[in-house]
Design a protein around this ligand. Structure first.
Ligand SMILES: Cc1ncc(C[n+]2csc(CCOP(=O)(O)OP(=O)(O)O)c2C)c(N)n1
Length: 951
């Protein structure tokens, strides 16, 4: 066949039997879209056109001149083999620096395809590889070249990417010369220099701060030049922000060499370290950013990188020990800098403004559920950030746990396949391969604005930390690591062989760097940094937050309300909704009231008018889980969407609203990140029912409640948690109010449980006004369900146009006789509305009863309550009533305040459900009976009983 192996017009005649069917099928696909067929077949179709028999079936066993059917079988086999190399090359790739492990497979065994080297040599290269470089002549050369590409130090998995365009782009790029980068001598020397710096820095820490943990990067040093390359490329591309997140591994080297954190600062953090035995598991106390601070492995940093044309802000987010939970926070921060919120409508997102980079541990990436939860955000319109570059810092071990015990999948990166993310795996011992890998990933990310994973496979030179002995659990692996040269030794030898550097020059680079480090360290010792800051909350957080003026003039409200009811021309509103909106026309008139949803809409509209952008997300937040919001409408004919908030003539900022995916942790983390990055925005996250917020406990514990004290990150985000005992069972009653009160301290957030639409209006407006101020802090609201439509929580216009948020509020419709009052009944939320109704339905005049609602539980309105109590001369008891069981809700939290406030002889009593394991009973009728009992006992003049707490 060799001499006749030239394009032949009759080539199709040599196909017969099943092969004909295959080729026919492929031709049909080719006609549909040429990129759908194997590149080799595409070339054949391009060159020879349609198989001749497709017009006249039955003549298929004709063999064309000079080509036998056996030859054609060989071509088909060669094509299959080449396809296998492209798809499965990763199975044999040289990606393990140590601990090499390849599963048995015959997928890349040439014999399996029934083809010999000789056969391959007889096939012209262009038949098998349409873009074969000019120097590649035969099928044999094709196979050898592709084996080199696909089983070398970089391997690829992208078969799972659904887009043909993307797959083709990847294939062409991987197989083109462009992929090779061809670094020049200077670039190679710089690369070695960077690796020497990183290795030298870690070794310097090791010998200078003996026994201190640093979570060394050694074994994955190439991660630093990989990040350098991202920074350089992004800066060249005029990307304004690089948002990064990473865990402990290698963080100090990244801080020092990528973020440019001053080395004396880092040394100082080691220097100030207290007794190492007492240190937390991830290191010593760092220099504080908040007032209580954190260990040094958790702090982030920011650096500005500039070239002649552009400036790029490189930012590493602070993060807690909880691995991977920073991922959605970084995504939220990235989105925040991409969104322009200055005009009405949805914000205008510019994907080119920022890119994000997440560095993962190999055990954490596959193990922690927050990883897929965050990946799922990547292509949703409310959350996309134009793709994230994921780098798995793969050191083969998770603490002491072997990779085979860490995952059920072949690779740690396999998870990414479900999200159609291309995976590039690279041997960390080959820095040039790492550069090629990251450039490909970066270019893919920028071209398609999608995620890409780099699985950077190296090892861990020491134990999990430097004091941990890895040889007890991974003896074989560490026998190998102990003998393994460092990356600078490997790469240094390579550059020596290439004649670029001598041994002496490499040694001089190392010595000079050590000298630099020593000089910085010595000067740091002489001038110790006075970085350890105060341990108390700053004064401004103790300032009152009660002074914000939040009322809105009636005329303004009326105009906003009218605008909210405008619709685009020809917009077809769902009929039943039209009735709801009709009602809204009059809510601000004399004698009318605005219910919860209407109050909320007025709050949002007035906030946007004031120039504060709003972003609200949550499961079903557009309509509202309980159908009270309707801030996104659907045209009944076209399905087109319209947000009434975008029709406000006077809006001075954007209003962003999305239904979130079914996630709490990733979505809340995202919104939190958004809020700290854009303090001028009112960011609101709404749980479907408050119970579900406990899925996101880590975000509450590690970020929202404590990040300011630890790291100085400020958020004024709002968290709406539907709460209230309404007979819906244990999972739809309680938002676990007690948890937020237990975590309350140092004015870290506001916890409220309000009972009127005007109160909610003022609360939201106050929160918006705090934006960007030092007093800013998150707000957690126990929001209503059935109360949404309860007339008793609706408010008249004057409550919106006057006054402000009241942390402590009189029970409505109860005539107060301060002199006669024997009982002060206190409670919060829906139970007080139930009591209001019971009082109205009772014959009793209740002149012995003073009742008040604590609408802001934290900070507790202690001074106001004190004044109230002082005005009740004949008070005998204070009764706290709640709907939650005694071991939940606010009872144990308020008891301490009440004890401080109570005068001698006045008793404190609890009325409510007893201690319970489950939040509520399941049977609605039982609930009703219990609820009535609690309400009746609260307003029953008789005292004592089982619920008496005493003082
Ligand atoms: C959510 C969470 N669970 C457990 C830990 C404790 N922990 C700290 S590091 C570590 C091992 C992580 O392994 P890997 O992801 O491979 O990263 P490496 O330390 O090897 O770089 C564990 C289990 C943690 N920090 N966070």
């Amino acid at each position: 066949m060799a001499q006749s192996a030239k394009p032949n017009g009759k080539i199709w005649n040599s196909f017969y039997g099943p092969n004909m069917g295959y080729v026919e099928e492929q031709y049909d696909l080719y006609k549909e879209d040429p990129s759908l067929v194997d590149p080799t077949l595409k070339t054949m179709f391009d060159t020879h056109g349609a198989p001749e028999w497709m017009g006249h079936k039955g003549s298929g066993d004709v063999v064309s001149e000079g080509i036998s059917s056996a030859d054609v079988r060989k071509i088909t086999s060669a094509m299959k083999y080449i396809d296998a190399i492209r798809r499965h090359g990763h199975l044999k790739a040289d990606i393990y620096a140590v601990g090499g492990w390849h599963e048995e497979t015959d997928l890349l065994n040439q014999d399996k395809y029934g083809i010999t080297d000789e056969d391959l040599k007889n096939i012209p290269a262009s038949w098998l590889w349409d873009k074969a470089p000019a120097n590649i002549e035969t099928g044999y050369d094709v196979v050898q070249t592709l084996l080199k590409i696909y089983t070398g130090k970089v391997s690829f998995e992208y078969d799972h990417v659904n887009s043909n365009e993307e797959r083709e782009w990847l294939l062409n790029r991987i197989e083109s010369e462009e992929f090779n980068l061809n670094l020049n001598a200077e670039e190679k020397k710089q690369l070695l220099h960077r690796l020497i710096e990183v290795e030298g820095f870690e070794q310097f820490l090791q010998k200078t701060f003996v026994g201190q943990k640093r979570f060394s990067i050694e074994g994955l040093e190439s991660m630093v030049p990989v990040l350098d390359r991202i920074v350089k490329s992004a800066n060249d591309d005029k990307i304004e922000h690089i948002m990064m997140g990473m865990a402990h591994r290698g963080r100090l080297s990244v801080l020092a060499y990528v973020l440019g954190k001053p080395l004396d600062k880092i040394f100082s953090e080691f220097h100030h370290a207290p007794d190492k035995e007492l240190m937390p598991s991830e290191g010593s106390m760092g220099i504080n950013y908040g007032w209580t601070g954190d260990v040094k492995y958790h702090f982030g940093a920011t650096r500005i990188v500039e070239n002649d044309d552009a400036s790029t802000r490189v930012h590493l987010a602070h993060n807690p020990s909880h691995l991977e939970f920073v991922n959605p926070v970084v995504a939220g921060k990235t989105r925040a800098v991409q969104d322009d919120r200055s005009e009405k409508g949805y914000p205008k997102q510019d994907l080119n403004k920022a890119t994000s980079v997440l560095i993962h541990g190999d055990a954490a990436f596959i193990g922690e559920g927050i990883v897929p939860e965050t990946l799922n955000l990547s292509n949703l319109k409310g959350y996309r950030v134009g793709g994230t570059l994921h780098i798995i810092a793969n050191n083969l071990v998770g603490f002491t746990t072997d990779r085979r015990d860490s995952r059920s999948t072949r690779y740690t990166s396999d998870l990414a396949k479900g999200y159609e993310i291309p995976i590039i795996r690279v041997n960390a011992d080959d820095p040039i391969a790492c550069m090629k890998a990251i450039q490909l990933a970066y270019d893919y990310n920028q071209t398609f604005k999608k995620d890409c994973v780099i699985d950077l496979v190296g090892y861990r030179r020491y134990g999990h930390n430097e004091m941990d002995e890895p040889r007890t659990t991974q003896p074989a692996l560490y026998r190998e690591i102990d003998q393994h040269p460092t990356v600078t030794e490997i790469f240094g030898s390579q550059l020596k062989e290439e004649g670029l550097l001598t041994d002496e020059e490499i040694q001089a680079m190392k010595d000079n760097h050590q000298k630099e480090l020593q000089t910085i360290y010595d000067s740091m010792k002489e001038n110790p940094l006075t970085g350890i800051s105060e341990l108390n909350m700053p004064e401004y957080l103790a300032n009152s937050i009660d002074d914000y003026e939040t009322a809105v003039p009636l005329e303004d409200l009326k105009k906003l309300n009218a605008d909210l009811l405008k619709r685009p021309e020809d917009f077809n509103v769902f009929k039943r909704l039209n009735r709801v909106f009709k009602r809204r026309e009059n809510i601000l008139e004399e004698g009318q009231k605005a219910d919860w949803g209407e109050g909320e809409a007025l709050a949002f509209a007035s906030i946007v008018k004031d120039g504060t952008p709003i972003r609200i997300t949550g499961q079903d937040s557009e309509r509202g889980t309980f159908a009270h919001r309707h801030l996104v409408l659907y045209d009944t004919e076209t399905g087109e969407k319209y947000c009434p908030m975008h029709g406000l003539d006077d809006a001075n900022a954007s209003f962003d609203i999305y239904n979130s995916p079914l996630s709490e942790t990733a979505v809340l983390g995202f919104e939190y990140g958004y809020s700290i990055q854009s303090p001028e925005t009112l960011v609101i996250w709404e749980a479907q029912f408050g119970d579900f917020a406990n899925v996101a406990q880590v975000i509450f514990d590690q970020f929202i409640s404590s990040a300011r004290a630890k790291w100085g990150d400020k958020s004024n985000m709002v968290i709406l948690l539907p709460h209230g005992y309404e007979g819906q069972g244990p999972e739809h009653s309680s938002a676990r109010l007690e948890r937020y009160l237990q975590m309350a301290g140092e004015n870290n957030w506001i916890v409220a449980n309000v009972t009127s639409s005007a109160q909610f209006f003022h609360l939201l407006r106050r929160q918006a006004q705090m934006r960007g101020s030092e007093e800013a802090r998150p707000l957690v609201v126990m929001s209503p369900k059935s109360l949404l439509r309860n007339e008793r929580v609706a408010s008249p216009a004057e409550d919106f146009t006057n006054g402000k948020f009241m942390p402590l509020r009189n029970q409505p419709n109860l005539k107060v006789s301060k002199k006669n009052a024997k009982r002060l009944l206190l409670g919060s939320g829906k139970i007080m509305v139930d009591i209001e109704e019971a009082i109205e339905n009772s014959e009793d005049k209740f002149d012995w009863l003073r009742a008040m609602r604590v609408e802001q539980l934290y900070p507790f309105p202690q001074d106001q309550l004190k004044k109230e109590i002082e005005q009740l001369p004949n008070l005998e008891e204070i009764v706290w009533v709640q709907e939650e069981p005694k071991n939940m809700g606010s009872w144990r939290y308020v008891l301490e305040y009440l004890r401080e406030l109570t005068k001698d002889g006045v008793k404190i009593r609890y009325v409510g459900r007893p201690e319970r394991a489950a939040t509520s009973v399941g049977e609605p009728n039982v609930h009703k009976v219990i609820q009535e009992k609690v309400v009746n006992e609260a307003i029953n003049p008789a005292k004592g009983g089982n619920n008496s707490e005493g003082n």
